[in-house]
Each structure stands twice: as structure tokens, then as C-alpha cells.
Design a binder for this molecule. Sequence first.
Ligand SMILES: O=C(O)c1ccccc1NCC(=O)[C@H](O)[C@H](O)COP(=O)(O)O
Length: 405
Amino acid sequence: MERLMSSSISSKTHFKSSIFVPPIAHFEPKRVGFRQTWLSKAPVRCSLMGSGSADVGEASVVKKMESNDGIGALSTASDSYSALKIKEWEVERFQDEIASCQGIRIRRRPPTGPPSHYVGPFEFRLQNEGNTPRNILEEIVWNKDKELRERKPLYMLKKSLENAPPTRDFVGALRASYARTGLPALIAEVKKASPSRGVLRENFNPVEIAQAYEKGGAACLSVLTDEKYFQGSFENLEAIRNAGIKCPLLCKEFVIDAWQIYYARVKGADAILLIAAILPDLDIKYMIKICKMFGLAALVEVHDERELDRVLGIDGIELIGINNRNLETFEVDISNIKKLLEGDRGEMIRQKDIIVVGESGLFNPNDVSYVQEAGVRAVLVGESLVKQNDPGQGIASLFGKDISL
Ligand SMILES: O=C(O)c1ccccc1NCC(=O)[C@H](O)[C@H](O)COP(=O)(O)O
């Protein structure tokens, strides 16, 4: 941990040579994972979307600025700051391009668009005009980027990490439940609202719901922490953990930055969601390493074959979530699980002893049997439980029997 934290801080020192570097405190890097790797390795030559290639390293930024403003030297702190901001923005565009090569349609462009001092290729500016997200997932991700600008620096979490409650064995709890009941282990979701369904429960007390789930036989709980779109919070996660709930907790967040994993751990999470539709492979690998360092489980979520193939190519994956909900269109189709687990993919999953979690749109015992036959050993269920007067009783209805015994 020490090493990772110090590496995130030392990345600030890579901007040097001809550029004056203002004090370190001004330059907390926005992302600790993939982008940090890029920044620390610049200059890099990349092919741009239909516009040839361009240097994205420090030298090229300096050169562009020199030729445009005619001053010929970047000597003030404000020029340096602008150069860094421009570079940061350019690297984000390259990150989008790498992601799109992996079939990721969700762009990582922050809603502010290019920095106002931007002097890069004209095509870049044209491509990024219009700050409209293409779908709800993209909107959530852009909003996350914005939220994360307000975060505490990573080093400030360090002390809190030392005081965080110990991690519990999320994967072990799923295996034990499956072995005990012969039914898919339940990850019961504490969620007040969602973009597709609006408010699911007006009278929402997260701790009471969590207690009812535990009593009803849930193996683990999933707690939505996104505020804007799900009316969740990290405070809910913390309150559930502090209330003495024994079920291990999944932090259900839209992770785009390793910082969120540190924060989830501080708040008592035992597992974290990583969504393949928004994270390039390198980010997933890096984040899994961080999870392992903390003893956190990573539930890596996929929606289609391409995402599943990407994830199956990554070492050390223990849990794969197959979401029946298309997060771009909201369409729910539980046969998605069956489709993805047929043939070689299902075989590879069995060989690797990966637990597949069936997610979304499960309402009754027939749905549970259907996905179990398709090969899942755990299910993640929100709406059909949280809408019940007694969410614990909702578990018995979902499985067609009391699974708490
Ligand atoms: O549920 C949504 O509307 C949604 C929109 C955009 C991104 C994620 C979204 N949901 C997250 C989930 O996938 C579900 O909370 C989870 O799988 C439980 O689903 P359900 O049992 O159908 O509530």
C-alpha cells in the first residue's frame, strides 16, 4: 500500500525539465490507475481517430504553445499549470481511444470539454465539441469525474485506512451459502432509487433493510453509494457496517479511479464493483491488484460476450457479474446470462472456478432456477426485494422458500 500511495504522489514529479513545476500540493493527479501510467511514461506516440498521429508528451505541448503564442518560453507557474491541464486533457482523449479499441463505448470526457487554453490539433477540438453524454451510463461516469474533483487527496485517506474495520471474506460467504442451501447465494441490494425505475422505496432506512436482508438469509449485501442517480451514499455503507451487520458488503459504485477503492475500504466495504463497460483492461488489472492488497473482493461486471472475453483474459478474477440490464438502454433480458455462459466461455469459467453472479431483473423462483441452470452460483437482487414491506420476507418469495435456516 505504501508503495502504491507513494507512487501516486511521485507521478507529480514527472513534469519537469523545461517546465517550472509549482509546489506538489497543486497537482494531485486526477486518476491513480491507467492514466497515471500514461502520464508517467509520456511522451507517447498514438494514432488519433482518423487524424494521423501526434505526440502527447510534454515536449510537444511546450512546442505547440511556443509556436502559437510566440513567446518562446514557458517560465511562469500559470503557463506551466496550463500546459499540464492541456496535457491532462489530451491524455484523457487518448485514453478514450484505447478504451474504444477494447470495445468500450463509454467515453471518459469530462463535461467541461477541452481546457480553454487548448492549442492542440483542430480535429481534437471539433471531435470534442458538444458536451452531451450519449446514454445514462456515460452521464453517470462524467458526473463521477466531476464529483471526484472534490475528493480529498489520497494521502489524507491513509490514516483513516489504518482505522478501517477489517475486511470480511466476500467470496467465502458466497461459496458457503451455495454449499449450505444448494441455491445461488444471495447478494441483496440496498438501493433507494435507480435511473430506470425511479424511487423504489419512499420509506428508506438502509440499516433496517440490511438487517432484514441478513435475517432473511442473504449471504452478502450490496450497497449503492452513488448519490445523484441512486440516492445512495457512502454514509449508508458506513452505517450498515457500524450497525454490526455480519454479511460482507459490496460497495456498488461507478469506479473510474483507484481513489474510490481506497475510500470504499475506509467506509467498511469488503468488495467493490468494477464495470468492464467503463474500465479498460489495464485499469481493471491495476484495480484488482489494489483490491488484493486490501483483501477486498472485486466483482467484475460484464454485459456481453466481448466484455466477458476481455475479463476472462485477466488473471486473478474470482467473481464475474453478468448483468441482464443493458446499462446504456435499460433493457432487461435474463436470457443474457444463458447466452453468455453457453459453450467455451462457460467451460472456461468452470475450469477457473470463477463464481458467476447473475444480476438484475430477477423476481421469482422461476427466474432463480433459470439462471442457476445456466451456471450462476450467486444472484444480485435489488428491486424485487427492496420494494417489499418486509424485504426479508421478499427473500423467501424470491426463492420460493425460507433460505435463512
Ligand atoms: O438500475 C438501473 O437503472 C441502472 C442504470 C444505470 C446503471 C446501473 C443501473 N443499475 C445497477 C444494477 O445493475 C442493479 O442495481 C442490480 O443489478 C440489481 O438489479 P435489480 O434486481 O433489477 O434491481
